[in-house]
Write a new protein. Sequence first.
Length: 218
Amino acid sequence: MLQLAVHLGANAGRAAGFIMILALAALGAGCVTPPERAPMTGVDWLERREMLQEIEEFRMEGRLSLNTGRRGYSGTVSWEQNDDIVDFRFRGPFGFGGFRIHGDPEQLRVKTTAGDELLLRDPEREMTERFGWSLPVHSMRYWILGVPDPALPASEVPGEDGPLESLEQSGWLLLYDSYSEAEGLLLPRRLDMERGEVRIRVMADRWNIPDPPALAKR
């Protein structure tokens, strides 16, 4: 983070001095830092987490930016989840740099606008080998809902009002910057993800959840 301080000193003959400090902070592609306070494990968060993890069907539309450390991408994104089947689509500006990831935990099919098509059985490893970066697709279905992947250990920091502030899982650091109400639920509006040189930002604009759990509305 960048900080600019300007000090205005007083003349020697004046009775008092004047000091003014102007601080400007900019959040860009720098490292994401989790909040420095003890995690809360209240019942509200535990119930919310359980209910949101049980959502089997949803659709999210929004925007995504990806910085791999060597290249950057930005565009629109749609994520459609139907039980274990994921259909993730990214479209770059003017249709360039897009890709689609579709499949289930057994295998994923990746198709790019450049004409590449891959069948992946170990998505993160194979995408890293092929493209130099990867998306944690199976865990992201939970992360974009604001909960950890229940199949993996995680370090959680819920906020005082219940929803997550940050999460560490599978080597990824996630920071939940803001939430908004959608489908009667409080869902992430902005999510920043980081692992190594790879940084991802997801901005959710629209949600469709056919059968939202009532308890998660708290």
